[in-house]
Design a protein around this ligand. Structure first.
Ligand code: MLT
Length: 208
């Protein structure tokens, strides 16, 4: 496969047992964006932040889209395989425990994190999806017995995705053995302080 490396930043917690937060930015962002937010999760987590390899009119993304909210699903699959293969390489280079990886994605980054949950259900230990959308029109069934915890926060005023679509997405993930905590926040597509506050509580409950 013709996989390309991704630009990344890795910050070690200096503890071989630490979990690693995998940061996945939104459209037009980069690997520096979510680092200040990730710092609020405390010193005991490694940070691996990557930049999406797709560029749409100068804006980095994690996969191609055909139009606003309409995804190139073949590219989602390819980019998800590319990302997972890259993370495995970085884990052995940077020496973190790849079996303790928790994705934290916003918008487009949350969508590739969702695709990773579906295509590689045993790869992530957990996922934080801020303002996600379902990555596939027909969501595939997932074979896992792991019960991976997933935090989702949706904005009830989000113009990109209706809350009912998120509820359907959540039901699909629950029916496929993920352990979902869904929060609806009184805001739009933008991230607010309540997102990180709730995600940190979830993280402490599940991992720290
Ligand atoms: C996507 O393309 O993944 C979603 O529309 C969200 C975004 O614009 O980043």
């Amino acid at each position: 496969m013709n996989y390309q490396p991704l630009k990344y930043i890795y910050q070690s917690a200096g503890n071989p047992e630490a979990s690693t937060l995998l940061l996945l930015h939104g459209t037009g962002g980069n690997e520096t964006d979510l680092i200040p937010l990730a710092k609020n999760f405390g010193k005991n987590v490694n940070i691996l932040s990557v930049r999406g390899n797709v560029v749409e009119q100068g804006m980095p993304r994690f996969f191609r889209r055909l139009s606003m909210g309409v995804f190139d699903e073949e590219d989602i699959k390819f980019r998800t395989h590319e990302l997972v293969s890259f993370i495995k390489e970085v884990a052995s280079k940077e020496k973190f425990n790849a079996s303790k990886l928790i994705a934290l994605g916003y918008s487009n980054g949350a969508n590739i994190a969702g695709a990773t949950l579906i295509l590689y259900p045993d790869f992530l230990s957990g996922a934080i999806l801020f303002r996600p959308m379902p990555p596939f029109k027909n969501m595939p069934k997932v074979k896992t017995s792991k019960k991976v915890p997933v935090f989702i926060s949706a904005g009830n005023l989000d113009g990109m995705v209706h809350i009912s679509e998120i509820q359907q997405y959540t039901s699909h993930l629950e029916a496929n053995h993920f352990n979902i905590e869904l929060h609806t926040i009184n805001t739009g597509h933008n991230l607010v302080e309540e997102d990180s506050r709730k995600a940190i509580i979830w993280m402490h409950k599940n991992f720290l």
